[in-house]
Design a protein around this ligand. Structure first.
Ligand SMILES: *[C@@H]1O[C@H](CO)[C@@H](O)[C@H](O)[C@H]1NC(C)=O
Ligand SMILES: *[C@@H]1O[C@H](CO)[C@@H](O)[C@H](O)[C@H]1NC(C)=O
Ligand SMILES: *[C@@H]1O[C@H](CO)[C@@H](O)[C@H](O)[C@H]1NC(C)=O
Ligand SMILES: *[C@@H]1O[C@H](CO)[C@@H](O)[C@H](O)[C@H]1NC(C)=O
Length: 366
Protein backbone atom coordinates (compact mmCIF):
# COMPACT_ATOMS: atom_id res chain seq x y z
CA UNK A 1 0.00 0.00 0.00
CA UNK A 2 2.89 2.36 0.74
CA UNK A 3 4.12 1.79 -2.78
CA UNK A 4 0.98 3.19 -4.35
CA UNK A 5 2.49 6.50 -5.35
CA UNK A 6 5.24 4.68 -7.14
CA UNK A 7 2.82 2.27 -8.73
CA UNK A 8 0.77 5.17 -9.99
CA UNK A 9 3.91 6.62 -11.47
CA UNK A 10 4.73 3.32 -13.19
CA UNK A 11 1.20 3.15 -14.53
CA UNK A 12 1.40 6.68 -15.92
CA UNK A 13 4.79 6.05 -17.48
CA UNK A 14 3.52 2.85 -19.07
CA UNK A 15 0.45 4.65 -20.30
CA UNK A 16 2.49 7.39 -21.88
CA UNK A 17 4.67 4.99 -23.79
CA UNK A 18 1.79 2.72 -24.68
CA UNK A 19 -0.70 5.13 -26.19
CA UNK A 20 -2.21 8.32 -24.93
CA UNK A 21 -5.33 7.73 -26.93
CA UNK A 22 -7.27 4.77 -25.59
CA UNK A 23 -10.05 6.04 -27.85
CA UNK A 24 -8.09 5.78 -31.11
CA UNK A 25 -7.73 2.69 -33.31
CA UNK A 26 -6.41 0.06 -32.87
CA UNK A 27 -7.19 0.44 -29.12
CA UNK A 28 -10.85 0.95 -29.80
CA UNK A 29 -13.11 -0.48 -32.47
CA UNK A 30 -16.60 -0.21 -33.87
CA UNK A 31 -19.27 -1.78 -31.65
CA UNK A 32 -18.95 -5.55 -31.97
CA UNK A 33 -21.85 -7.61 -33.33
CA UNK A 34 -22.81 -11.28 -33.25
CA UNK A 35 -20.18 -12.26 -30.66
CA UNK A 36 -22.69 -14.40 -28.73
CA UNK A 37 -22.77 -17.32 -28.10
CA UNK A 38 -19.08 -16.78 -27.30
CA UNK A 39 -16.48 -18.13 -29.71
CA UNK A 40 -13.30 -17.02 -31.46
CA UNK A 41 -10.15 -15.35 -30.16
CA UNK A 42 -11.82 -13.23 -27.42
CA UNK A 43 -13.31 -16.32 -25.78
CA UNK A 44 -10.90 -18.31 -23.59
CA UNK A 45 -13.38 -20.96 -22.44
CA UNK A 46 -16.07 -21.93 -19.94
CA UNK A 47 -15.89 -21.61 -16.16
CA UNK A 48 -16.43 -24.72 -13.98
CA UNK A 49 -19.19 -24.88 -11.36
CA UNK A 50 -18.66 -25.82 -7.70
CA UNK A 51 -21.11 -26.10 -4.85
CA UNK A 52 -20.39 -24.36 -1.55
CA UNK A 53 -22.50 -25.96 1.15
CA UNK A 54 -23.47 -23.34 3.74
CA UNK A 55 -24.73 -26.10 6.04
CA UNK A 56 -21.14 -27.22 6.60
CA UNK A 57 -19.09 -25.43 9.26
CA UNK A 58 -17.20 -22.50 7.65
CA UNK A 59 -13.85 -24.26 8.06
CA UNK A 60 -14.97 -27.09 5.76
CA UNK A 61 -16.97 -25.27 3.08
CA UNK A 62 -14.20 -24.63 0.58
CA UNK A 63 -12.25 -27.87 0.94
CA UNK A 64 -13.55 -29.69 -2.10
CA UNK A 65 -13.00 -26.66 -4.33
CA UNK A 66 -9.55 -25.85 -2.94
CA UNK A 67 -8.38 -29.41 -3.30
CA UNK A 68 -8.90 -28.85 -7.04
CA UNK A 69 -7.63 -25.30 -7.32
CA UNK A 70 -4.83 -24.05 -5.13
CA UNK A 71 -4.00 -20.40 -5.85
CA UNK A 72 -0.37 -19.64 -6.61
CA UNK A 73 -0.31 -16.22 -4.55
CA UNK A 74 1.16 -10.95 5.93
CA UNK A 75 -1.57 -9.53 7.39
CA UNK A 76 -3.36 -11.13 10.27
CA UNK A 77 -6.44 -9.81 11.90
CA UNK A 78 -9.77 -10.86 13.23
CA UNK A 79 -12.19 -11.06 10.36
CA UNK A 80 -15.91 -11.01 11.10
CA UNK A 81 -18.54 -13.70 10.67
CA UNK A 82 -17.67 -16.89 8.88
CA UNK A 83 -14.75 -15.46 6.91
CA UNK A 84 -11.81 -16.10 9.21
CA UNK A 85 -12.78 -19.74 9.71
CA UNK A 86 -13.32 -20.15 5.97
CA UNK A 87 -9.88 -18.72 5.22
CA UNK A 88 -8.26 -21.01 7.79
CA UNK A 89 -10.00 -23.95 6.12
CA UNK A 90 -8.62 -22.88 2.75
CA UNK A 91 -5.10 -22.49 4.17
CA UNK A 92 -5.22 -25.95 5.73
CA UNK A 93 -6.21 -27.76 2.58
CA UNK A 94 -3.84 -25.90 0.22
CA UNK A 95 -0.74 -25.69 2.44
CA UNK A 96 -0.58 -21.97 1.67
CA UNK A 97 0.21 -19.90 4.76
CA UNK A 98 -2.89 -18.25 6.22
CA UNK A 99 -1.25 -14.84 5.96
CA UNK A 100 -1.00 -15.23 2.22
CA UNK A 101 -4.60 -16.36 1.90
CA UNK A 102 -5.57 -13.25 3.83
CA UNK A 103 -3.51 -10.89 1.69
CA UNK A 104 -4.97 -12.53 -1.40
CA UNK A 105 -8.41 -11.70 -0.01
CA UNK A 106 -7.51 -8.15 0.92
CA UNK A 107 -5.88 -7.48 -2.38
CA UNK A 108 -9.09 -7.94 -4.35
CA UNK A 109 -10.51 -5.07 -2.38
CA UNK A 110 -7.92 -2.80 -3.90
CA UNK A 111 -7.19 -3.41 -7.56
CA UNK A 112 -10.37 -4.30 -9.39
CA UNK A 113 -11.33 -2.35 -12.50
CA UNK A 114 -14.66 -3.25 -14.03
CA UNK A 115 -17.62 -2.42 -16.20
CA UNK A 116 -21.15 -3.22 -14.97
CA UNK A 117 -24.43 -2.68 -16.83
CA UNK A 118 -28.11 -3.19 -15.93
CA UNK A 119 -30.66 -2.90 -18.72
CA UNK A 120 -34.45 -2.90 -18.88
CA UNK A 121 -36.20 -3.91 -22.09
CA UNK A 122 -39.55 -2.67 -23.42
CA UNK A 123 -41.36 -5.39 -21.43
CA UNK A 124 -39.71 -4.31 -18.17
CA UNK A 125 -37.40 -7.33 -18.09
CA UNK A 126 -34.01 -6.71 -16.44
CA UNK A 127 -30.58 -8.02 -17.42
CA UNK A 128 -27.25 -7.47 -15.64
CA UNK A 129 -23.82 -7.84 -17.22
CA UNK A 130 -20.27 -7.23 -16.08
CA UNK A 131 -16.66 -7.48 -17.14
CA UNK A 132 -14.24 -8.34 -14.35
CA UNK A 133 -10.95 -6.62 -15.11
CA UNK A 134 -8.17 -7.40 -12.71
CA UNK A 135 -4.40 -7.61 -12.40
CA UNK A 136 -3.06 -4.13 -13.11
CA UNK A 137 0.25 -3.07 -11.49
CA UNK A 138 1.42 -6.56 -10.80
CA UNK A 139 3.59 -7.28 -13.81
CA UNK A 140 3.44 -7.41 -17.59
CA UNK A 141 4.50 -10.47 -19.57
CA UNK A 142 6.47 -9.15 -22.56
CA UNK A 143 6.46 -12.48 -24.38
CA UNK A 144 2.78 -12.44 -25.22
CA UNK A 145 1.68 -8.96 -24.05
CA UNK A 146 -0.47 -10.02 -21.12
CA UNK A 147 -0.76 -9.07 -17.45
CA UNK A 148 0.83 -11.78 -15.31
CA UNK A 149 -1.85 -11.81 -12.62
CA UNK A 150 -4.75 -11.55 -15.06
CA UNK A 151 -3.48 -14.67 -16.77
CA UNK A 152 -2.96 -16.51 -13.48
CA UNK A 153 -6.51 -15.73 -12.43
CA UNK A 154 -8.18 -17.21 -15.48
CA UNK A 155 -7.63 -20.83 -14.38
CA UNK A 156 -8.71 -19.86 -10.84
CA UNK A 157 -12.04 -18.45 -12.00
CA UNK A 158 -14.96 -20.47 -10.65
CA UNK A 159 -18.74 -20.36 -10.66
CA UNK A 160 -20.10 -20.98 -7.20
CA UNK A 161 -23.48 -22.33 -6.22
CA UNK A 162 -24.00 -21.51 -2.53
CA UNK A 163 -26.56 -23.88 -1.07
CA UNK A 164 -28.53 -24.43 2.12
CA UNK A 165 -30.60 -27.58 2.54
CA UNK A 166 -29.45 -28.64 -0.90
CA UNK A 167 -31.09 -25.59 -2.47
CA UNK A 168 -29.39 -22.68 -4.18
CA UNK A 169 -29.26 -19.53 -2.06
CA UNK A 170 -27.16 -17.54 -4.50
CA UNK A 171 -24.76 -17.98 -7.41
CA UNK A 172 -21.54 -16.12 -7.97
CA UNK A 173 -18.42 -15.93 -10.10
CA UNK A 174 -15.20 -15.56 -8.21
CA UNK A 175 -11.61 -16.70 -7.80
CA UNK A 176 -10.69 -19.84 -5.88
CA UNK A 177 -9.30 -18.75 -2.51
CA UNK A 178 -11.29 -15.52 -2.26
CA UNK A 179 -14.15 -15.71 0.25
CA UNK A 180 -15.77 -12.35 -0.51
CA UNK A 181 -17.97 -11.91 -3.57
CA UNK A 182 -17.89 -9.22 -6.26
CA UNK A 183 -20.35 -10.71 -8.79
CA UNK A 184 -23.49 -12.67 -8.00
CA UNK A 185 -27.25 -13.05 -7.96
CA UNK A 186 -30.04 -14.46 -5.88
CA UNK A 187 -32.32 -16.18 -8.39
CA UNK A 188 -35.75 -14.56 -8.52
CA UNK A 189 -34.75 -11.65 -6.27
CA UNK A 190 -31.76 -9.50 -7.19
CA UNK A 191 -28.34 -9.29 -8.83
CA UNK A 192 -25.33 -7.42 -7.50
CA UNK A 193 -21.88 -6.44 -8.72
CA UNK A 194 -19.22 -4.33 -7.11
CA UNK A 195 -16.89 -1.95 -8.95
CA UNK A 196 -13.88 -0.30 -7.41
CA UNK A 197 -13.98 3.44 -6.77
CA UNK A 198 -10.50 4.91 -6.92
CA UNK A 199 -8.63 7.98 -6.08
CA UNK A 200 -11.05 9.70 -3.78
CA UNK A 201 -9.97 10.67 -0.30
CA UNK A 202 -10.36 7.83 2.08
CA UNK A 203 -9.39 5.19 -0.47
CA UNK A 204 -7.04 3.23 1.76
CA UNK A 205 -7.58 4.97 5.07
CA UNK A 206 -10.30 2.52 6.03
CA UNK A 207 -8.13 -0.51 5.36
CA UNK A 208 -5.28 0.99 7.36
CA UNK A 209 -7.65 1.79 10.22
CA UNK A 210 -8.90 -1.79 10.17
CA UNK A 211 -5.37 -3.14 10.35
CA UNK A 212 -4.74 -0.82 13.27
CA UNK A 213 -7.71 -2.23 15.13
CA UNK A 214 -10.78 -0.16 14.25
CA UNK A 215 -13.15 -2.89 13.11
CA UNK A 216 -16.52 -1.16 12.79
CA UNK A 217 -16.71 -1.09 8.99
CA UNK A 218 -17.19 -3.92 6.51
CA UNK A 219 -14.92 -5.22 3.79
CA UNK A 220 -16.66 -4.49 0.51
CA UNK A 221 -16.38 -8.05 -0.83
CA UNK A 222 -17.92 -9.29 2.42
CA UNK A 223 -20.88 -6.93 2.41
CA UNK A 224 -21.73 -8.10 -1.11
CA UNK A 225 -21.54 -11.68 0.02
CA UNK A 226 -23.64 -11.11 3.11
CA UNK A 227 -26.34 -9.32 1.08
CA UNK A 228 -26.39 -12.20 -1.43
CA UNK A 229 -26.41 -14.81 1.32
CA UNK A 230 -29.00 -13.26 3.61
CA UNK A 231 -30.79 -10.47 1.69
CA UNK A 232 -34.47 -11.07 0.98
CA UNK A 233 -35.40 -8.32 -1.48
CA UNK A 234 -34.08 -5.61 -3.77
CA UNK A 235 -35.26 -2.89 -1.38
CA UNK A 236 -33.60 -4.49 1.62
CA UNK A 237 -30.35 -5.01 -0.30
CA UNK A 238 -30.43 -1.39 -1.47
CA UNK A 239 -30.95 -0.18 2.05
CA UNK A 240 -28.04 -2.20 3.46
CA UNK A 241 -25.71 -1.21 0.62
CA UNK A 242 -26.63 2.43 1.05
CA UNK A 243 -26.20 2.62 4.81
CA UNK A 244 -23.58 0.16 6.07
CA UNK A 245 -20.17 1.61 6.87
CA UNK A 246 -17.57 0.10 4.56
CA UNK A 247 -13.78 0.03 4.51
CA UNK A 248 -13.24 1.50 1.07
CA UNK A 249 -15.24 3.61 -1.39
CA UNK A 250 -17.11 1.53 -3.97
CA UNK A 251 -19.89 1.38 -6.52
CA UNK A 252 -22.64 -1.17 -5.92
CA UNK A 253 -24.60 -2.06 -9.05
CA UNK A 254 -27.87 -3.64 -7.93
CA UNK A 255 -30.69 -5.02 -10.05
CA UNK A 256 -34.06 -6.38 -8.87
CA UNK A 257 -36.77 -8.53 -10.41
CA UNK A 258 -39.14 -5.95 -11.86
CA UNK A 259 -39.28 -2.81 -13.97
CA UNK A 260 -37.45 0.17 -12.52
CA UNK A 261 -35.43 -1.89 -10.05
CA UNK A 262 -31.87 -1.13 -11.03
CA UNK A 263 -29.39 1.31 -9.57
CA UNK A 264 -25.79 2.34 -9.11
CA UNK A 265 -24.99 3.30 -5.53
CA UNK A 266 -21.89 5.50 -5.30
CA UNK A 267 -20.40 5.06 -1.86
CA UNK A 268 -17.80 6.65 0.28
CA UNK A 269 -16.91 4.82 3.45
CA UNK A 270 -19.73 6.22 5.54
CA UNK A 271 -22.60 6.98 3.20
CA UNK A 272 -24.08 6.96 -0.28
CA UNK A 273 -23.13 10.01 -2.32
CA UNK A 274 -25.51 9.25 -5.16
CA UNK A 275 -28.08 6.64 -6.17
CA UNK A 276 -28.69 6.58 -9.89
CA UNK A 277 -31.75 4.55 -10.89
CA UNK A 278 -33.39 3.09 -13.95
CA UNK A 279 -36.26 5.20 -15.15
CA UNK A 280 -37.52 4.04 -18.54
CA UNK A 281 -40.25 6.69 -18.59
CA UNK A 282 -37.47 9.26 -18.66
CA UNK A 283 -35.64 7.12 -21.23
CA UNK A 284 -33.10 5.84 -18.69
CA UNK A 285 -33.36 2.20 -19.77
CA UNK A 286 -29.88 1.27 -18.61
CA UNK A 287 -27.43 2.14 -15.86
CA UNK A 288 -23.74 1.75 -16.57
CA UNK A 289 -20.79 2.00 -14.21
CA UNK A 290 -17.04 1.75 -14.75
CA UNK A 291 -14.68 3.15 -12.11
CA UNK A 292 -15.47 6.88 -12.12
CA UNK A 293 -18.23 8.97 -10.60
CA UNK A 294 -20.93 9.55 -13.20
CA UNK A 295 -20.98 13.30 -12.61
CA UNK A 296 -17.26 13.52 -13.43
CA UNK A 297 -15.28 12.77 -16.56
CA UNK A 298 -13.52 9.43 -16.57
CA UNK A 299 -9.76 9.45 -16.06
CA UNK A 300 -8.49 10.52 -19.50
CA UNK A 301 -6.39 7.38 -19.94
CA UNK A 302 -9.24 5.06 -19.08
CA UNK A 303 -12.56 5.85 -20.66
CA UNK A 304 -14.61 2.69 -21.02
CA UNK A 305 -17.82 4.58 -20.28
CA UNK A 306 -18.10 6.48 -23.57
CA UNK A 307 -17.65 3.45 -25.86
CA UNK A 308 -19.99 1.28 -23.77
CA UNK A 309 -22.71 3.96 -23.85
CA UNK A 310 -22.25 4.47 -27.56
CA UNK A 311 -22.78 0.75 -28.20
CA UNK A 312 -25.79 0.49 -25.86
CA UNK A 313 -27.42 3.50 -27.52
CA UNK A 314 -26.85 1.97 -30.90
CA UNK A 315 -28.38 -1.36 -29.85
CA UNK A 316 -31.50 0.42 -28.54
CA UNK A 317 -33.91 -0.75 -25.86
CA UNK A 318 -35.83 -2.90 -28.41
CA UNK A 319 -32.86 -5.12 -29.05
CA UNK A 320 -31.30 -5.58 -25.64
CA UNK A 321 -30.49 -9.22 -24.74
CA UNK A 322 -27.68 -11.37 -23.34
CA UNK A 323 -26.30 -11.43 -26.90
CA UNK A 324 -26.19 -7.66 -27.35
CA UNK A 325 -24.88 -7.00 -23.82
CA UNK A 326 -22.12 -9.51 -24.54
CA UNK A 327 -21.39 -7.54 -27.74
CA UNK A 328 -20.94 -4.34 -25.67
CA UNK A 329 -18.68 -6.14 -23.18
CA UNK A 330 -16.65 -7.54 -26.10
CA UNK A 331 -15.91 -4.16 -27.68
CA UNK A 332 -12.45 -2.68 -27.04
CA UNK A 333 -11.56 -0.99 -24.73
CA UNK A 334 -14.52 -2.24 -22.64
CA UNK A 335 -12.79 -5.56 -23.30
CA UNK A 336 -9.09 -5.11 -22.58
CA UNK A 337 -5.98 -6.96 -21.42
CA UNK A 338 -7.22 -6.95 -17.82
CA UNK A 339 -10.54 -8.61 -18.58
CA UNK A 340 -10.63 -11.98 -16.84
CA UNK A 341 -14.28 -12.86 -17.37
CA UNK A 342 -17.68 -11.64 -18.55
CA UNK A 343 -20.83 -12.49 -16.57
CA UNK A 344 -24.45 -12.25 -17.75
CA UNK A 345 -27.31 -12.53 -15.25
CA UNK A 346 -31.07 -12.78 -15.68
CA UNK A 347 -32.66 -12.76 -12.23
CA UNK A 348 -36.22 -13.60 -13.25
CA UNK A 349 -35.25 -16.46 -15.55
CA UNK A 350 -32.55 -17.67 -13.17
CA UNK A 351 -29.87 -17.61 -15.88
CA UNK A 352 -26.26 -17.04 -14.85
CA UNK A 353 -23.45 -17.33 -17.41
CA UNK A 354 -19.74 -16.58 -17.08
CA UNK A 355 -17.15 -16.74 -19.85
CA UNK A 356 -13.37 -16.44 -19.65
CA UNK A 357 -12.01 -13.76 -21.98
CA UNK A 358 -8.86 -12.92 -23.92
CA UNK A 359 -8.04 -9.71 -25.72
CA UNK A 360 -5.58 -10.57 -28.49
CA UNK A 361 -3.28 -7.87 -29.93
CA UNK A 362 -3.79 -5.15 -30.80
CA UNK A 363 -5.47 -4.54 -27.46
CA UNK A 364 -4.86 -1.89 -24.82
CA UNK A 365 -3.55 -2.85 -21.37
CA UNK A 366 -6.73 -1.65 -19.58
C1 LIG B 1 0.85 -15.63 -21.86
O1 LIG B 1 1.94 -16.29 -21.27
C2 LIG B 1 1.68 -16.74 -19.95
C3 LIG B 1 2.99 -17.25 -19.37
O2 LIG B 1 3.61 -18.12 -20.25
C4 LIG B 1 0.60 -17.82 -20.02
O3 LIG B 1 0.32 -18.29 -18.71
C5 LIG B 1 -0.66 -17.20 -20.59
O4 LIG B 1 -1.69 -18.17 -20.72
C6 LIG B 1 -0.37 -16.58 -21.96
N1 LIG B 1 -1.57 -15.87 -22.37
C7 LIG B 1 -2.03 -15.85 -23.61
C8 LIG B 1 -3.28 -15.09 -23.86
O5 LIG B 1 -1.45 -16.42 -24.53
C1 LIG C 1 -28.57 -33.22 0.50
O1 LIG C 1 -28.57 -34.27 -0.45
C2 LIG C 1 -27.74 -35.36 -0.08
C3 LIG C 1 -27.73 -36.38 -1.21
O2 LIG C 1 -28.08 -35.79 -2.43
C4 LIG C 1 -28.25 -35.98 1.20
O3 LIG C 1 -27.40 -37.03 1.60
C5 LIG C 1 -28.30 -34.91 2.29
O4 LIG C 1 -28.88 -35.45 3.46
C6 LIG C 1 -29.10 -33.71 1.85
N1 LIG C 1 -28.94 -32.66 2.85
C7 LIG C 1 -29.95 -31.93 3.31
C8 LIG C 1 -29.60 -30.89 4.32
O5 LIG C 1 -31.10 -32.07 2.93
C1 LIG D 1 -26.19 -15.07 7.14
O1 LIG D 1 -27.02 -15.29 8.26
C2 LIG D 1 -26.65 -16.45 9.02
C3 LIG D 1 -27.73 -16.64 10.08
O2 LIG D 1 -27.92 -15.46 10.79
C4 LIG D 1 -25.27 -16.24 9.62
O3 LIG D 1 -24.86 -17.37 10.35
C5 LIG D 1 -24.28 -16.04 8.47
O4 LIG D 1 -22.99 -15.77 8.98
C6 LIG D 1 -24.75 -14.88 7.58
N1 LIG D 1 -23.88 -14.85 6.41
C7 LIG D 1 -23.02 -13.85 6.16
C8 LIG D 1 -22.16 -14.00 4.95
O5 LIG D 1 -22.94 -12.85 6.84
C1 LIG E 1 -32.78 -5.03 -33.89
O1 LIG E 1 -32.20 -6.25 -34.37
C2 LIG E 1 -32.73 -6.69 -35.60
C3 LIG E 1 -32.12 -8.03 -35.91
O2 LIG E 1 -30.76 -8.03 -35.65
C4 LIG E 1 -32.43 -5.64 -36.67
O3 LIG E 1 -32.96 -6.04 -37.90
C5 LIG E 1 -33.03 -4.30 -36.26
O4 LIG E 1 -32.67 -3.30 -37.19
C6 LIG E 1 -32.54 -3.91 -34.87
N1 LIG E 1 -33.25 -2.71 -34.44
C7 LIG E 1 -32.62 -1.61 -34.12
C8 LIG E 1 -33.49 -0.49 -33.69
O5 LIG E 1 -31.41 -1.51 -34.16
Amino acid sequence: MLGLGRLTFVLLAAAATCALAQQAPPWTEDCRKSTYPPSGPTYRGPVPWYTINLDLPPYKRWQELMAHKAPAPGLLGSFPGPYEEEMKGIAAVTDIPLGEIISFNIFYEIFTICTSIITEDKQGHLLHGRNMDFGIFLGWNVNNNTWVVTEELKPLTVNLDFQRNNHTVFRASSFAGYVGILTGFRPGLFSLTLNERFGTNGGYVGIIEWILGKKDAMWIGFIVRSVLENGTSYEEAKNILTKTKILAPAYFILGGNKAGEGCVITRDRKQALDIYELNPKQDIWYVLQTNYDRWKSPFFLDDRRTPAKKCLNRITQENISFATIYDVLSTKPVLNKLTVFTTLMDVTKGQFETYLRDCPDPCIGW
